[in-house]
Design a protein around this ligand. Structure first.
Ligand code: APR
Ligand code: PHB
Length: 396
């Protein structure tokens, strides 16, 4: 059996795990990443695509923002469409110059992976039977797995559980040490990637009697579109033609708007879910990103929140290795959860403002429209949306 040792053992090579490894490396803290999927799979998976201002600033400041700055699409506003009209939220003006950048999560992963490998960082892809142990206070943390069929034991001082919602770290915590808070939504999103130029140069969040729809993009040649559907909907019920017709209906609330159509290169259905565990740590194990919380995608927050967690975690590890002080590590969960809950609130609010829940009465419907009218006509209300959308400031 191979036995290796590092300071921080990281489970998961998603945005959280790779960013953590990158930030630690820059301050001389060693880590090893253990990922159960292949490098190709992780890099090709179609996921989120909106980066907050603070996420972009972090990547640029730490030397992984070159392609992002070259190819990312900077957006200064978004549109909210409802009751046959479009209303622009001017993010730039409402936040004193902040913007968002459209850049696929798979590119973020590729940039971070390349940077780690160029810096001599170790990432085990396609690791099998990943297990963690020894993370009680006073214990000796270990990540066990198989690489190319051979058992490996990775000893470390701490384990960072960055292995997403279905990972192995959260379920390894002792029963009773965590409390979960969750909410299911009575719908999912059917998402497509189409080989066609976006129909507008900004994102459109459309509230429609038939359900929510979102127009987004990945590049000037690739459009990303979403439709609210039933949570148990089968993708086989949605041939491309039906998807385009439904999308066109939900966006055509504005006169003369025509959605550009092109070959569909990817499609899938995602359920909608809000989830948080408290605390996000136990002994020498720290959860970050989707391993600790899930937000519905309406606020475009999942990836950004994962990055916010690992900023806090990296700082705590760096402080520990520099001075031996554990204070920041002990407060990790408390610091993160303040942001997590504000982001949960925002994501829930955007979701409830824009979707049909199916059990609304006429009062609820009027109230939803009044909310959209208020958000788009009051500067104070638009400013609150904009401040959250570009990303709340990082806390200490
Ligand atoms: N062992 C090792 N790795 C694992 C295991 C396991 N048992 N289980 C899962 N993983 C890997 C997954 O294959 C994935 O690459 O952990 C990684 C977790 O990455 P993400 O799910 O992307 O989670 P995170 O890094 O927290 O980023 C959250 O990513 O998917 C989006 O919507 C999500 O935008 C949010 C962001
Ligand atoms: C996306 O482009 O995938 C996207 C954009 C905005 C969202 C969610 C997803 O709110």
């Amino acid at each position: 059996m191979a036995s290796i040792r590092t300071q921080v053992g990281i489970v998961g090579a998603g945005p959280a795990g790779l960013t953590l490894a990158h930030l630690l490396h820059r301050r001389g803290v060693e880590s090893v990443v253990v990922e159960n999927r292949s490098r190709e799979y992780v890099q090709e998976r179609v996921r989120a695509g909106v980066l907050e201002q603070g996420t972009v600033d972090l990547f640029v400041a730490t030397g992984v923002g070159e392609r992002l700055q070259r190819e990312g699409l900077v957006h200064r506003g978004i549109e909210l469409r409802f009751a046959h009209r479009g209303h622009r939220i001017d993010l730039d003006d409402l936040t004193g110059g902040k913007t968002i950048t459209i850049y696929g999560q798979n590119r973020v992963i590729e940039d971070l992976t390349n940077a780690r490998i160029a810096a001599g960082g170790r990432i085990f892809f396609a690791a099998e039977e990943v297990r963690i142990g020894g993370f009680d206070d006073g214990g000796a943390p270990v990540i066990r797995f198989r690489a190319d069929g051979e058992p490996v034991e990775l000893q470390c001082d701490f384990i960072a559980g960055c292995d997403g919602f279905h990972g192995v770290c959260r379920p390894s915590m002792p029963a009773g040490s965590l409390t979960a808070f969750e909410r299911q939504y009575p719908f999912g999103w059917l998402g497509i990637l189409a080989e066609v130029a976006p129909s507008m140069d900004e994102l459109i969040y459309s509230r429609h009697e038939r359900g929510f729809a979102l127009h987004s993009m990945r590049s000037p040649q690739i459009t990303r579109l979403y439709l609210q559907v039933a949570p148990d909907e089968e993708i086989s019920n949605w041939p491309d033609e039906r998807i385009w017709e439904e999308l066109q209906r939900r966006f055509e609330t504005v006169d003369g708007f025509t959605l550009n159509r092109g070959p569909v290169i990817q499609k899938g259905i995602t359920p909608m879910h809000s989830f948080v565990v408290e605390p996000m740590q136990y002994g020498k194990l720290f959860l970050a990103g989707d391993a600790a919380h899930i937000v519905p995608p309406t606020g475009a927050k999942g990836l950004n929140l994962a990055i916010a967690d690992v900023r806090v975690l990296a700082r705590a590890f760096i402080e520990y290795y520099r001075s031996g002080a554990r204070e920041r590590l002990e407060r990790y969960s408390e610091i993160c959860l303040r942001r997590v809950w504000k982001v949960q609130r925002f994501s829930w609010w955007m979701t409830s403002m824009l979707h049909r829940f199916g059990d609304e009465n006429a009062f609820d419907e009027r109230r939803q429209l009044a909310e959209l009218d208020y958000v788009t006509s009051s500067r104070a209300a638009s400013q609150s949306l904009a401040e959250n959308y570009v990303g709340l400031p990082m806390e200490d």
